[in-house]
Design a protein around this ligand. Structure first.
Ligand code: HEM
Length: 500
């Protein structure tokens, strides 16, 4: 039996996509992970070469082709490059390419529950359907998030102006203000409440989240994927990771318990209330093996915080950075906003259709920055033939979204910043199917509509109120960004002046 299995395995491996030779123990990719961690440890920018991992992966495709393979430790990873290849795998073969890997770090931390890292199957489908439907109702229903987003932006504007005046021309770091505003939207969604940006409880929670992510992505903790037992090491980042995880668990469990005690079924306040109500409904209907449990809710809340904050925050930061680097485009967006709502009018989602150039600008920055450049890892659920290669069951698949948005076969002059590529001859917005910053297929981003609402309202409100520019004498940051959980712009500061 063993020899038949190993013969089959060898035959499958013989036809896997080409790629760099694996190193013993760490694999071909470990060579990338470990040095980048060491460079960070010793204070050097991992991106000193000016290239993030997605750029390097895109370059490898010119050597090995648009479908190639790597090893992380003993794990086979296939990287998909370019629009046609990514679409063919995720849209045309969704039953095979929509699973998520059970890598050690992910399994330890998520137990493969929630939505983001849950295996593809009926449980994931039911949970996602319920949460997606609830999120959609927040856009337009009685729990609409629009006033909540606008309220948060008022605080950002006041603080931005105050801090800019106090900075004496050195400029303001936008990141903490935008992070607070975006996290507050998720808080309203899940907890039904907003927090003042100086609230201690809110600060502690944000701090835990940021630190947890930093440890997972930017420290020796990445080695857990190669040596899983490191997670239980009683010192260093491994101990800190378990501590942060524990504190976060206490925080989230308290939120769920509070909701359970104060729930009013006639007046659901947020997603947590709606989930608890669905749980009771399923129990009342006698669904004994229902996956709607408080345990699952716990992981879903964690997923939404993590998937919904870093991504949206960094997208807003990228858009404002491009606005200071391209002041003519900033002027044009502001002129369009003035024409539609005036300098004093209150912006609303209903104005979206009347601001095509603004929408095109947001999309063009999303295309060039690609905040989730390697998507979230997928996994093939059965051995499959793809483009002449064999991809064995359990192979991790990375859809390289960076390569899709720089693919010269679908974008003219892909490296240049040109919002007009999203407009037709009459200035109307063009929907391009090769524009997929939220992914494609069954695992497409569940928060896409919410994120688009946030991006539109945040960018238009801030550009309506302020003119943004770089501080005098300070060079612009490089555009290759910093690769953590998502691709963030390198730190920068801006000066603002009131337009009204
Ligand atoms: C998944 C992008 C905002 C929730 C994803 C994926 C991408 C993405 C590329 C992976 C798709 C795949 O695996 O093929 C973005 C971007 C955002 C954003 C660019 C902001 C500009 C949000 C927000 C939320 C959210 C605001 C929720 C509140 C999720 C969830 C998944 C996901 C739950 C996992 C879906 C699944 O596995 O079924 N997102 N996202 N995202 N996103 Fe987003």
């Amino acid at each position: 039996c063993y020899s038949v299995r190993s013969y089959r395995k060898r035959r499958e491996l013989a036809n896997i996509p080409p790629g760099p030779k694996p190193w013993p123990v760490v694999g071909s990719f470990g060579g990338f992970l470990v040095p980048s961690f060491i460079r960070r440890r010793f204070g050097q920018q991992a991106d000193a070469t000016g290239k993030n991992a997605a750029v390097l992966f895109t370059e490898l495709s010119s050597v090995y082709g648009s479908v190639y393979s790597l090893f992380i430790g003993s794990q086979l990873v296939v990287v998909l490059n370019g629009y046609e290849v990514v679409r063919e795998a995720l849209s045309n073969h969704p039953e095979v390419f929509s699973d998520r890997p059970a890598t050690p770090a992910i399994t330890i931390m998520t137990k493969r529950k929630g939505i983001v890292f849950a295996p593809y199957g009926p449980v994931w489908r039911k949970q996602r359907k319920f949460c997606h439907g609830t999120l959609r109702s927040f856009g337009f229903g009685k729990l609409s998030l629009e006033p909540c987003i606008l309220q948060g932006l008022d605080t950002v504007k006041t603080e931005l102006q105050r801090r800019s005046e106090e900075s004496g021309g050195a400029g303001v770091d936008l990141a903490p203000l935008i992070t607070n505003a975006v996290s507050n939207v998720i808080c309203s969604l899940i907890l039904g409440q907003r927090f003042h940006h100086e609230d201690r409880e809110f600060g502690t929670m944000l701090g835990l989240m940021v630190r947890g992510l930093e440890i997972c992505v930017n420290s020796a903790a990445v080695l857990i994927n190669i040596f899983p037992l490191l997670y239980y090491f009683p010192f260093g980042v491994f101990k800190e990771l378990r501590q942060v995880e524990g504190d976060m668990t206490v925080f989230l469990k308290r939120i769920i318990a509070n909701h359970r005690e104060t729930l009013d079924p006639d007046n659901p306040r947020d997603l947590t209330d709606m989930y608890l109500m669905e749980m009771s409904a399923q129990q009342a209907a006698g669904e004994e093996d229902s996956s709607f449990t408080e345990d699952y809710l716990f992981y879903i809340i964690g997923d939404l915080f993590i998937a919904g904050t870093d991504t949206t925050t960094n997208s807003v930061l990228w858009i404002l950075l491009y606005m200071v680097l391209y002041p003519d485009t900033q002027d044009k967006v502001q002129a369009e906003i003035d024409e539609v709502v005036g300098k004093h009018g209150v912006l609303s989602l209903a104005d979206k259709g009347s601001l095509p150039f603004t929408e095109a600008t947001i999309m063009e920055v999303q295309r060039l920055s690609v905040v989730v450049p390697l998507s979230i890892p997928h996994m093939v659920s059965k051995t499959t033939e793809f483009r002449g290669y064999t991809i064995p069951k359990g192979t991790v698949v990375l859809p390289n979204l960076w390569s899709v948005h720089r693919d010269p076969t679908v974008w003219d002059d892909p490296d240049s910043f040109n919002p007009a590529r999203f407009l037709d001859d009459e200035g109307k917005l063009l929907r391009k199917e090769c524009f997929i910053p939220f992914g494609i297929g069954r695992r497409v981003c569940m928060g896409e509509q919410l994120a688009k609402m946030e991006l539109f309202l945040t960018v238009t409100s801030l550009l309506q109120a302020f003119k943004f520019r770089l501080p005098e004498g300070i060079p612009p940051p490089p555009l290759h960004g910093r690769f953590g959980l998502t691709l963030a712009p390198c730190p920068y500061t801006v000066c603002v002046s009131l337009r009204r």
